[in-house]
Design a protein around this ligand. Structure first.
Ligand code: DGL
Length: 261
């Protein structure tokens, strides 16, 4: 089984980490599209074209059998197109985990942190409208402009990052939010800072594990035998904070190099 994953930068590594805990006997190819990061403030056409090119690259160079779009922003823009264009590929996208948040929340006050592009996306809006009809919930949405850049710099717990998050989370604290959806794959990297502000009891919903389960189920359906070693290759298109990569993937062996896409 050859699995391709991509994101604008380090964020998708949180998904890779979850996958690496359970997937065996596979090769993983991860693209950090740092030359074009962050995706959150790019226009739709630009993100669309990058994701299309990256998928072609993964197919041509590595012959992937499965693709994980390890980015909420990209998923909301490109997933439909990728499924139409590559019907032979197993394709898994990532969406803010609002349903698991509804199941976990005790008071129905739920915070959603994502990029503004994800929050404005049609897919997200439709999901929210549907869920609001079915459940008594109050959703507090917050676009975290600039947070991805802080994380890419390795500033997951600096004063600046704390203050940015505090500014966004204060209204949630005030509104007794008990569950927060991490609607961008970068945000699990600031879980600790979020807990420092919201308190230990806040439940943080990150969908990495669910994606890993789905990937294994679909791979096994396609004949994959989940045994043996995992080979991980990390490629990046611009610059990368390799210290952060080592910290995030500390439990895994991997190779890392620059590539042109
Ligand atoms: N990790 C991303 C996401 O899940 C991309 C964020 C960005 O590049 O702005 O949305």
């Amino acid at each position: 089984m050859k699995v391709g994953l991509f994101d604008s930068g380090l964020g998708g590594l949180t998904v890779l980490n979850a996958i690496a805990k359970t997937l065996k006997g596979a090769e993983i190819f991860y693209i950090a599209d740092t030359l074009y990061a962050p995706y959150g403030d790019k226009n739709k056409d630009e993100i669309f074209s990058r994701c299309d090119k990256i998928t072609e690259f993964l197919l041509e160079n590595f012959g992937i059998d499965a693709l994980v779009v390890a980015c909420n922003t990209a998923t909301s823009i490109i997933i439909k197109h990728l499924r139409e264009k590559f019907p032979f590929l197993i394709i898994i996208g990532i969406e803010p985990g609002i349903k698991p948040a509804i199941n976990s929340s005790r008071n129905g006050n739920i915070g959603i942190l994502a990029t503004s592009s994800t929050l404005k996306g049609e897919k997200y809006r439709l999901l929210v409208d549907e869920l609001k009809k079915e459940h008594e919930i109050n959703l507090y949405e917050q676009a975290c402009v600039g947070l991805v850049q802080q994380i890419e710099l390795g500033e997951t717990s600096t004063l600046k990052t704390y203050e940015m998050l505090e500014n966004w989370l204060k209204p949630m604290l005030h509104n007794h939010v008990d569950t927060i959806v991490l609607g961008c794959t970068h945000y699990p990297l600031v879980k600790k800072t979020i807990k420092d502000i919201m308190g230990e009891d806040v439940v943080l919903i990150d969908t990495g594990e669910a994606i890993a389960k789905r990937l294994i189920a679909l791979s096994q359906n396609a004949g994959h035998i989940n045994e043996g070693d995992l080979d991980i290759l990390i490629l990046y298109t611009g610059e990368i904070n390799s210290k952060m990569v080592k910290i995030i993937l500390r439990r895994n062996k991997f190779e890392i190099r620059k590539c042109e896409i």
